[in-house]
Design a protein around this ligand. Structure first.
Ligand SMILES: *[C@@H]1O[C@H](CO)[C@@H](O)[C@H](O)[C@H]1NC(C)=O
Ligand SMILES: *[C@@H]1O[C@H](CO)[C@@H](O)[C@H](O)[C@H]1NC(C)=O
Ligand SMILES: *[C@@H]1O[C@H](CO)[C@@H](O)[C@H](O)[C@H]1NC(C)=O
Length: 355
């Protein structure tokens, strides 16, 4: 009898483990084959070899890029060097990336580990760059003022808050106001891999302003990219491991209510929004296993989706670029400027293509 019980319990355990494993493999999209989709003319950006994990393009064609992320469990080609912020002028014929000088005595450069970036331009055309930073694997939000004349960033402020424990990405709605995704899995230099495996939807979205900080959406299986519609009425959130993009309505009091969700067959990472058309451009990981377990013989693929008319009943979704990792490894973000597409990656290069 006892033996039978042990066997039953063992059997149940194994069945649960099998279910858990198959759900994990599904969340990671572990076995997807890539059908390549090429673009006509693509060049690598000179000066980007160790990641271009997030980027934002201003309406005037200046692009800000974060490079050199160190994130537990994810490959880095320069693990001992601090990260940096790069600037590109996309109006130039063959644009190159230039490192922005950071000034201000309040900022610790050696521990700089930039992650998501977002800009806010005020009425006087002052550009603020808000950067998710992980100094010593903690989370802070750094606020910089962009000084175009000498291509520098003046450090204004470091924001820390208990509701911002492990921020992945932000979208700025003011010089010190933003929505942030907490991904939950990255704490103190380790990836909570068991929790990642179990897939409890821990992750959430926080609204931050100097006078009020509040959770505005929760229950995500790894909330990742976040962005806002050009009219400021909708917030888009990428749920990486559920392969979904959620559309939320934003209210005057900054709370969000869910409107709709779109489902994909790929891990959706960063979302950028075309300021003119409102289209979403999404950097994706077709196979999540390859991004979390790097193997140079079998590198992670890259994929870019364009989503048009997201608010209508029939959004149009197009795979604009797909590569099995031979050319570009681990794309996370893509953004357009004047008929060209700039694609960033977690730890690899950046590709600039004609559409
Ligand atoms: C871009 O992708 C990285 C890699 O997963 C992610 O951690 C980061 O938050 C993303 N940034 C944006 C703007 O979504
Ligand atoms: C915020 O505004 C929305 C829409 O007007 C409303 O439904 C909600 O109750 C408000 N929330 C708070 C906390 O004031
Ligand atoms: C990736 O695709 C290229 C052709 O586009 C092919 O030569 C290569 O073998 C593929 N690599 C893998 C790992 O599938």
């Amino acid at each position: 009898m006892a033996k039978l019980m042990v066997l039953t319990v063992l059997g149940l355990g194994l069945a649960l483990f099998r279910d858990q494993r198959s759900s994990y493999q599904k969340r990671m999209n572990a076995f997807l084959e890539i059908k390549p989709v090429e673009l006509s003319s693509c060049n690598f950006i000179k000066g980007i070899e160790t990641g271009s994990e997030d980027l934002e393009i201003l309406r005037n064609g200046l692009a800000f890029i974060s490079s050199g992320l160190k994130y537990p469990g994810i490959k880095s080609f320069e693990p001992d060097k601090p990260g940096k912020l790069l600037l590109m002028n996309l109006n130039k014929e063959d644009p190159t990336a230039l490192e922005l000088r950071i000034i201000g005595s309040t900022f610790d450069l050696p521990s700089f580990n930039p992650h998501g970036v977002s800009t806010f331009t005020d009425e006087d055309n002052t550009v603020y760059l808000l950067v998710v930073n992980h100094p010593n694997y903690k989370t802070t939000i750094e606020v910089f003022k962009f000084q175009e004349d000498d291509k520098s960033l003046l450090h204004l402020k470091t924001i820390r808050h208990k509701l911002l424990p492990n921020v992945n990405d932000i979208v700025a709605v003011g010089p010190e106001h933003f929505y942030a995704t907490n991904d939950h899995y990255f704490v103190n230099n380790y990836l909570r891999s068991w929790e990642l495996y179990l897939g409890i939807a821990w992750s959430h979205v926080v609204y931050y302003s100097p006078d009020k900080v509040q959770v505005v959406a929760e229950g995500f299986d790894f909330a990742n990219g976040i962005n806002i519609s050009p009219d400021g009425r909708y917030v888009y959130i990428a749920e990486l491991l559920a392969h979904k993009i959620h559309v939320y309505e934003k209210h005057a009091n900054w709370t969000l209510t869910p409107l709709k969700s779109l489902e994909f067959d790929t891990l959706v990472d960063n979302i950028s929004v075309d300021p003119v058309t409102g289209d979403l451009w999404v950097g994706c990981h077709p196979n999540g296993m390859k991004i979390f377990f790097y193997d140079e013989e079998n590198p992670p693929a890259s994929e870019v989706l364009q989503i048009q008319d997201i608010l209508t009943e029939n959004p149009k979704i197009k795979v604009v670029y797909a590569d099995n990792g031979t050319t570009l490894q681990g794309s996370t973000v893509a953004s357009v400027y004047k008929g060209k597409l700039l694609i960033g990656t977690v730890f690899h290069k950046a590709l600039y293509c004609k559409l």
